[in-house]
Design a protein around this ligand. Sequence first.
Ligand code: AP5
Length: 223
Amino acid sequence: MASEVIRMVLMGPPGAGKGTQARMLAEDLRVAVVSTGDILRDEVRQATALGKSAKAFMDKGALVPDELVVAMVRNRLGRDDCQRGFVLDGFPRTVEQAQALDAMLEERGEAIGLCISISVPETELVRRLSGRRTCRACGWMCHLLFEPPAKDGVCDRCGGELYQRNDDREEVIKERLGVYQRETAPVLSYYASRGLLREIDGRGSREGVFASIKAELANRRGG
Ligand code: AP5
């Protein structure tokens, strides 16, 4: 696996576990993770022009306009660490973004090799997101009920401050789930029609979901 170039997309509704699995894959495959949500939250934190434009959309659970996100991804995929492959987390989220991604990769003689969609029932998504807490310093995630931190508000890994994302409030979660159905679900058909889509049940443990994704990667290599 180490020598193979992987260019894959991880899809799924908010809370499906894309970020969790993307990090596990990056460690295992030693490829770059490009998480548009993480990049945008960083831009917001640093109050850049992009961050200032994106914040209002993110806080209400809407998508940031395609042209901003596509330019950001183009820039990110041009960096050295993506030359050995990458895992995309949270992008593309509209059919227009998927088409722009294909066009930018084609210019480089590259293409997406696999799209994994992680499915989780809506009640479970709401439960996962409303209890999620994230470390400001290292990005570690925990859950107030399922895996509470040893000390309230403090990251188990690095001692950093745990916070609740602005968009993890219940009313915003509902909006994000609606946006997923309306704007992002059509991207699944886009990849299915190209024979690239594989669906994974995201209800098991992190390790179980990871094993399913690895099995799809192995099938793809064999196929
Ligand atoms: P983004 O950051 O991409 O958020 P999202 O897609 O809503 O996904 P989440 O990060 O909430 O969930 P996840 O699937 O990664 O799950 P996680 O692993 O964290 O986007 C945020 C915003 O940015 C968007 O709303 C939009 O405004 C903007 N944006 C981003 N990309 C954009 C784009 N391309 N175009 C336009 N706008 C864009 O897990 C969730 C929780 O569940 C955690 O607590 C975790 O510990 C737990 N968990 C994970 N796996 C399991 C498991 N197997 N069992 C139990 N718990 C689990």
